[in-house]
Design a protein around this ligand. Structure first.
Ligand code: PMP
Length: 444
């Protein structure tokens, strides 16, 4: 029978029947929810300390100032603010965005800025403009889970290149390029997060930047520089952006999500003029225009408020949380665990002792009321099972310490299990080679 359940009604992981499963486009095969998604529903309960979520901590925002700016906007420019706008974005905001980027050494023209619905949409639009199925995007290992989801959705192949404490390793990039060429595939761009990496917490060293630019220039590879955390360094002035030294070969992405508030959903792409025109066309077909109201509200906030002072406060707040996490890790983690000490951003990358699998351990951690994101979420090829991302951005320092205490005892118990039974869960075939874990927006 045409619509018999056995033919077209397949059950989904959640147990529901999906009558349309046979009709979806091939590209949706990459849009998969993983089993860890369900665990994150539990992880958002108040009794669980979530070191998983990458939510910016906006409790310090001056709500009275923002509220005042918004009511003034409605009173004075309401009919414009609530109307459709330009596909490229509000000109005044684009001008202000060039001021923001100047802090990282970028001299740009507002005409080359395209406002997007968060930088997430910019990743999507750039991929839509450049990538056909089977094209290669080179990404750091590990890389941002939300970008990997986009690349999968457009049926790209992700090739990872190693990082170390100084960020992307130039020789690893060369190797990834050589291997991809040898396989007869086309690299469309390098996707890189140079500052306070999500999830690895590392920053591309200043002396490596010219080398990365030179490799990409000589190979004719475009760079997609994703930089939502660049102004959130704890101990230094913002690093010079890759885009500051290369205007033609770099598309730079920025966002107000981490330096102001993610709910407005405003980010941007700065692109060479030819690419910028395509991005505007892609933007128009995706959304007609980015949200006019949000853009005008942010523009008012930037012009009326000491936004740089606010960023300084954010940096201090995140530094306090970083300190809380690092000192708790030092005090409580088993000696065989390794982690880095980030000097900005939201994340610590922790490597577990040999034989301990972060994904297999997660249900036990959630039962012990602590959550993290297993490393596999950040690789397109199933790697990362011995690592995890810990976020310190959201919980209070006390909760962070409590979370680390719970996590340390879960890891200790896991080590005992491993010592007793000797099973190396990291080598189980069900875990290696699986799709990356798309855990849901709350952990991005
Ligand atoms: N890129 C990176 C590296 C991120 O960490 C995030 C958010 N976590 C984004 C892009 C998307 O941010 P938004 O869309 O809110 O600007």
């Amino acid at each position: 029978m045409e619509n018999s359940p056995s033919r077209s009604h397949r059950s989904q992981p959640g147990g529901r029947l999906d009558p349309y499963v046979d009709r979806y486009a091939a590209r949706t095969a990459g849009m998969t929810a993983s089993e860890i998604r369900a665990l994150f529903a539990v992880a958002s309960r108040p009794e669980v300390v979530s070191l998983a979520g990458g939510m910016p901590n906006i409790s310090g925002l001056p709500l009275d100032v923002v509220g005042g700016a918004i009511s003034e906007l409605v009173a004075t420019e309401g009919p414009v603010a609530m109307q459709y706008g330009s596909g490229q974005g509000v000109p005044e905001l684009r001008e202000q965005i060039t001021d923001v980027m100047r802090l990282e050494g970028i001299e740009a023209h507002a005409d080359d800025v395209v406002v997007t619905v968060g930088s997430q949409q910019a990743v999507d639009l750039v991929t839509r403009v450049f990538c056909d199925p089977g094209d290669v995007v080179v990404c750091e290992a590990p890389s941002y889970v939300g970008a990997l989801g986009v690349f999968k959705g457009y049926q790209c192949d992700v090739v990872h290149a190693e990082m170390d404490a100084d960020g992307l390793v130039p020789e690893a990039l060369r190797q990834a390029i050589r291997a991809t060429k040898a396989a007869g595939k086309t690299i469309k761009f390098l996707y890189t997060i140079p500052n306070y990496h999500n999830p690895a917490g590392v920053t591309l060293a200043a002396e490596r930047r010219p080398e990365i630019l030179e490799i990409c220039r000589s190979e004719g590879i475009l760079i997609l520089e994703d930089n939502p955390y660049g102004l959130l360094g704890f101990d230094r002035e913002p690093m010079r952006a890759l885009r500051a030294d290369e205007a033609e070969g770099v598309i730079y992405l920025g966002s107000f999500s981490k330096t102001f508030a993610p709910g407005f959903r405003v980010g941007w792409a700065l692109a060479p003029p030819s690419v910028r025109e395509k991005l505007v066309l892609a933007q128009e077909s995706a959304t007609l225009c980015p949200p006019q109201f949000s853009q005008m509200a942010i523009s008012a906030y930037l012009s009326k408020h000491d936004w740089q002072g606010q960023i300084k406060q954010f940096r201090e707040m995140y530094r306090e949380r970083r300190d809380a996490m690092v000192s708790a890790l030092e005090d409580m983690m088993p000696a065989a665990c390794r982690w880095n000490v980030p000097d900005g951003g939201f994340y610590v990358w922790l490597t577990l002792p040999p034989g301990i699998n972060a994904k297999a351990m997660l249900p036990r951690a959630v039962t012990a009321r602590v959550a993290y994101v297993p490393g596999t979420a950040f690789f397109a090829d199933g790697y990362g099972s011995s690592a995890m991302r810990l976020s310190y951005c959201y919980p209070t320092p006390e909760r962070i310490r409590e979370g680390v205490r719970r996590l340390a005892s879960v890891i200790e118990a896991e080590m005992e299990l491993h010592a007793t039974f000797g099973t190396d869960t990291a080598s189980m075939p069900a875990i290696r080679g699986k799709d990356y874990d798309a855990p849901g927006t709350d952990v991005f």
